[in-house]
Design a binder for this molecule. Structure first.
Ligand code: BGP
Length: 471
C-alpha cells in the first residue's frame, strides 16, 4: 500500500549536543558529563561523550549529509554549559555561541530547518552542585535568562524552539530509580525537578511571547500510550494512575496550564510536597505551550499490583505494575516493545483530550546492536528492519492525520549513530553510520536512502498491512 505525506508535513531527525559534539573547547561540564565522569565503567565499553561524533569539529561534513538523507529539519540542542560563560549573569561564551551560529547558518545554507532545543539534559553541572538543579527556584531563573540569550540570538533564523527534551527522564532515572548518577534515591527531588521544569517552561514561554520572538515554542515529552492488561476496574485504575504520573503531570500542566490536583495531593501525603506559589500557578495557567513534541519508542502496559511494594520510599509504582504481554513484538537489542499503532492512539488522545494542539513526533527509532554484520560489499548497512519500523509508525501516524490529528511532522531518532546514556554506542539508531573503527567515518545506511526517497517523492510503500488479516 502507498502512503503520501500531506502538504507541509515536515520529515527530519533529531540529535542532542552531549550525544554528538564531544568535549572540544568546552569549559564547563553539563549534567551528563558528570554522569560519565562519576562512573565511566558503567558506560558500555567505557565510552562516553568525550568525543561522541566529534560534531563540534565535523559539523560541516555532517550537515552536508543531512539533505542527502532527505532531512527537511534537524532538531539539535544547545549545550547550556557551552553557550553560557557565566551562568549567574547569563553572559554568553562567544566561542561556544559561534559554534551554534555556524551550525544554524550551515543548516539554513543546506536547506535544512534548524530547530533548537534548549536543554537535552545539559544542565551546567555547577548549577546542580551548588543549588541542586531544577529543585531550586534560582536555577529556574537562570534557565530563563539563558533562554532569553538563545531567543535573542536565533529568533528569525530559527522557527521552532523547544524548552526541554524529555524533562522527566533525569528526575526519574537519577532521583527516583537511583540508576543514574548520583545513584541515590530522593523522590522529593525527582518531583521537585519535574515541577521546576514545568515552571521553567511556562516562564520561558512568557518571555518568548512578551519579546515577540518569531516562531513557535514548545516542549518535547516522552510519551507512550498506556494500555491496561484488561478492562477489570483494578487494571483500569492502574492505567489511570500510570497516566497521572507518566503522562498527565506534564501534559495537563503544559497544554491545559493546570498541574493535576490529585497529583499535588498524593505527593503532599507522601513527603514529596511540591513548593507551589500562587504566582507560579498563574504563570503556568497563562503560558501554555504553542506546539508539543512527542518522543515515542514503546507503549506502556500496566496491570493492578499483585504484590505490595517493599520500598521504604515513595514510588509511583505502588499504584501499578508493568504488564508483560504475551506475544508482544520486541526490539531485543534495546528491550523495548515495538507497537506502531500506539502512535495512532497517542494522536487520538492529543486530538480529543488536549485541544488538538499542533504537535510533532520529535523522536522515533530503533536501536540495534552489531549492525556491521548487515553490511553489503560496498560497506553499506542494509537495515531493512529500520525502514520497516519507520514506515509502519509513519503510516499509523498519517492515518491519524487523515482523521484530523494536528500532527505537522515526523522527526526520527536519529540522523547519525551517536552516544546513548550508559548504553553508549551499543545500540545504533542512525540513518548514517558512524564507523568507530575507521576514524568515525560516516556512511549512509540503506534507511538513509529510503528516508531520502520518502522525503523527496513525498510517498512511501508499506508491504505489511496496518490491520493484519486473520489466518
Ligand atoms: C530518548 C532520548 C535520546 C535517545 C533515545 C534513545 O529518551 O531523548 O537522547 O538517547 O531516547 O534511547 P537510548 O539512547 O537509551 O537507546
Amino acid at each position: 500500500m502507498k502512503y503520501q505525506l500531506p502538504e507541509g508535513f515536515i520529515v527530519g531527525a533529531s540529535q542532542a549536543a552531549w550525544q554528538t559534539e564531544g568535549w572540544t573547547a568546552k569549559k564547563h561540564d553539563n549534567y551528563v558529563d558528570y554522569m560519565y565522569k562519576q562512573a565511566p565503567n558503567r558506560w558500555f565499553d567505557g565510552i562516553g561523550p568525550t568525543i561522541a561524533c566529534d560534531f563540534y569539529n565535523r559539523y560541516k561534513e555532517d550537515i552536508a549529509l543531512m539533505p542527502q538523507v532527505g532531512l527537511q529539519a534537524n532538531r539539535f540542542s544547545i549545550d547550556w554549559s557551552r553557550f553560557i560563560e557565566d551562568f549567574e549573569t547569563a553572559t554568553v561564551n562567544e566561542e561556544g555561541a559561534q559554534f551554534y551560529d555556524n551550525v544554524v547558518d550551515e543548516m539554513l545554507a543546506k536547506g535544512v530547518e534548524p530547530m533548537i532545543c534548549l536543554e537535552h539534559w545539559e544542565l551546567p553541572y555547577e548549577l546542580y552542585e551548588k543549588y541542586g538543579g531544577y529543585a531550586s527556584k534560582h536555577v529556574i531563573e537562570l534557565y530563563v535568562k539563558y533562554a532569553e540569550q538563545v531567543f535573542k540570538r536565533y529568533s528569525g533564523r530559527v522557527k521552532h524552539f523547544w524548552t526541554f527534551n524529555e524533562p522527566g527522564v533525569i528526575p526519574e532515572l537519577c532521583f527516583l530509580h537511583g540508576n543514574w548518577a548520583p545513584s541515590f534515591v530522593e523522590p522529593k527531588t525527582a518531583f521537585a525537578w519535574n515541577y521546576g521544569k514545568v515552571v521553567a517552561t511556562a516562564k520561558a514561554v512568557k518571555l518568548f511571547r512578551e519579546g515577540n520572538y518569531e516562531g513557535k515554542i514548545g516542549t518535547i515529552l516522552n510519551l507512550g500510550t498506556v494500555y491496561a492488561r484488561s478492562n477489570h476496574p483494578r487494571d483500569l485504575e492502574a492505567k489511570r494512575m500510570a497516566e497521572l504520573f507518566n503522562f498527565r503531570f506534564y501534559m495537563d500542566s503544559l497544554v491545559h496550564g493546570i498541574v493535576p490536583q490529585e497529583l499535588i495531593e498524593i505527593l503532599a501525603e507522601n513527603d514529596c510536597a511540591l513548593e507551589i506559589t500562587a504566582e507560579e500557578t498563574a504563570i503556568i495557567a497563562e503560558n501554555t505551550i504553542e506546539i508539543l513534541g512527542i518522543n515515542y519508542y514503546q507503549p506502556g502496559r500496566v496491570k493492578a499490583r499483585e504484590t505490595q511494594l517493599a520500598h521504604t520510599f515513595f514510588h509511583p509504582d505502588q499504584y501499578f505494575e508493568h504488564y508483560d504481554m504475551q506475544g508482544k513484538r520486541m526490539n531485543p537489542h534495546r528491550g523495548w516493545e515495538i507497537y506502531p499503532k500506539a502512535l495512532y492512539d497517542l494522536a487520538k488522545t492529543v486530538q480529543e483530550e488536549y485541544k488538538n494542539i499542533e504537535w510533532m513526533i520529535m523522536e522515533n527509532g530503533m536501536g540495534v546492536e552489531g549492525e556491521e554484520k548487515y553490511k553489503n560489499e560496498d560497506l553499506q548497512i542494509q537495515d531493512d528492519y529500520r525502514i520497516e519500523f519507520f514506515a509502519e509508525h509513519l503510516a499509523w501516524l498519517l492515518r491519524a492525520v487523515e482523521e484530523g490529528s494536528n500532527c505537522s511532522g515526523y522527526l526520527v531518532w536519529n540522523f547519525m549513530d551517536n552516544i546513548s546514556p550508559y548504553n553508549a554506542l551499543k545500540n545504533r539508531y542512525g540513518l548514517v553510520e558512524m564507523d568507530l573503527t575507521q576514524d568515525r567515518a560516516r556512511r549512509i545506511k540503506k534507511s538513509g536512502e529510503w528516508f531520502y526517497q520518502m522525503s523527496t517523492t513525498r510517498e512511501f510503500e508499506l508491504a505489511t498491512p496496518l490491520d493484519p488479516e486473520l489466518k
